[in-house]
Design a protein around this ligand. Structure first.
Ligand code: SF4
Length: 453
């Protein structure tokens, strides 16, 4: 029987089985939903956008609106220009958004539709805006699509001539509305005036009012995106997610940016808070107390965390944050993977492992969950941290799973809760400790049964 080791499995190069990612337009659609009164538009066939909307709806348990160019055979052969023109007219007539954010699909990319030219030539009603980005799904992942869409908004809208507003732009990364709320709460405590871009809070966690609102109250406004050009600086959270839009804004409007890890865990949240406070000594007491409570919890539950072997998988910046926090808790990452390609991921994770003196860990980008499962069969772990897609591994190998990241399809309420900031880390630590303690209780009960029998 072939023994599947990280080395033998990694030789499979032309096929992904249970990929740890999804396609670019999903990220582009999510980014566009973080802009107020925006209709995300998928330039391709209806099947694509049905899948993208379904995935987002299943994660957030909220309607993820989007329209489609509805390609049929004709558009596939002759190009989708007329489809897009008809779609833009119908969308403004029927759904009345302020802005349409168009992203491409594999099909429209393959036939080479020139969206820039289509948009320049079309008639757009006064006061309305159409922007676009290219999201070919045979490259990158939904994280790439998210970054591309943000860069697209900036390319079209950020205004280098706008008046200086003294604000800090925050690019929060591919996170849940609950994470954005938590960032906003911390920034509010620091009295920082910010433009959060994008901002899905109040959109993908809009309250039930008994009246359907196609465009809920949340989201970054078009004026705010224009005003990014007058910000003092950008704090871009997530090296692999937010560098591209931050670079785009720097190129267009000369706004300097600081790239930070997603603020997951103690060190990354410290870095975020200090950067937001501009290294001021005056961190509010409430923030210090939150941090202190987190440290207290980490110490109290340390016997359960200590030296537990863990596998972490999901989106690159989320995984880097979760790995960093697992190390801070005293756990030992054994496998750390993302489905999104990019050597920067392995570089960042390896730097963390080196800092904590962990040598025996397999780290891989563009990996899939099939190979993770094979590695775990040969070298088991005590805990899985990642998305719902790992639950088959958890079930097959009888390993507890702490759900974090995107997508989480089989739980409710998770998108309201943060995993960022000190509060988010307290929530994560509580979930991890709970999962490990449940396992220990069960193992003890099994041993008791054996003694009785
Ligand atoms: S065809 Fe491409 S864009 Fe459409 S769902 Fe598949 S991977 Fe995504």
């Amino acid at each position: 029987m072939l023994e599947l080791t990280p080395k033998t499995v990694s030789e499979r190069s032309a096929l992904r089985i249970n990929p740890c990612k999804t396609c670019q337009p999903v990220g582009a659609l999510y980014a566009a939903l973080g802009v107020h009164k925006c209709m995300p538009h998928s330039h391709g066939s209806q099947g694509c956008v049905s899948y993208h909307r379904t995935l987002l709806t299943r994660h957030f348990k909220e309607p993820a609106i989007a329209s489609s160019s509805s390609f049929t055979e004709g558009a596939s052969v002759f190009g989708g220009g007329s489809n897009l023109r008809a779609a833009v007219k119908n969308i403004f007539d029927v759904y009345d958004p302020d802005i349409i954010a168009v992203h491409t699909t594999c099909l429209s990319e393959t036939i080479g539709d020139d969206l820039n030219a289509y948009i320049l030539e079309m008639t757009i009603p006064d006061g309305k805006v159409v922007v676009h980005t290219n999201t070919p799904s045979y490259a990158g992942s939904h994280v790439t699509g998210y970054a591309n869409m943000l860069a697209g908004f900036i390319r079209y809208l950020a205004d280098p001539g706008t008046e200086k507003n003294g604000k800090t732009a925050i690019f929060p990364g591919f996170v849940n509305p609950g994470d954005i709320r938590e960032c906003n709460r911390l920034l509010g405590m620091l009295n920082l005036s910010v433009i959060m871009f994008p901002d899905q809070s109040g959109v993908m966690d809009a309250p039930m009012t008994n009246v359907y609102a196609m465009y809920p109250e949340g989201g970054t406004t078009i004026d705010e995106i224009r005003a990014l050009g007058g910000c003092e600086r950008v704090l871009a959270l997530g090296h692999l997610t937010c560098e591209e839009p931050a670079e785009e804004l720097k190129k267009k409007c000369k706004i300097p940016y600081t790239l930070l890890p997603l603020p997951i865990g103690v060190a990354a949240t410290d870095a975020f808070v200090m950067a937001a406070a501009e290294a001021s000594e005056n961190i509010p007491k409430e923030i210090e107390e939150e941090r202190g409570r987190l440290l207290d919890l980490m110490l109290d539950a340390n016997p359960y965390f200590h030296d537990k072997k863990v596998a972490v998988y999901g989106d690159p910046d989320t995984v880097i944050g979760l790995t960093s926090f697992a190390l801070e808790l005293g756990m030992t990452p054994r496998y750390v993977i993302t489905g999104t390609p990019g050597e920067a991921f392995t570089r960042h994770v390896n730097a963390l492992l080196e800092k904590f003196g962990v040598a025996d860990c397999t780290v891989k980008a563009a990996a899939d969950l099939f190979e993770l499962h094979q590695w775990i069969k040969n070298g088991p772990v005590d805990l899985l941290i990642g998305t719902s897609y790992g639950k088959q591994i958890a079930k097959a190998e009888d390993i507890p799973l702490v759900r974090a990241g995107f997508p989480i399809l089989d739980r409710y309420g998770h998108s309201y809760m943060p995993i960022v900031g000190y509060q988010g880390a307290i929530r994560l630590a509580e979930m991890i400790a709970g999962a490990l303690m449940d396992r220990q209780d069960r193992d003890c009960a099994d041993e008791d049964m054996e003694v009785v029998m």
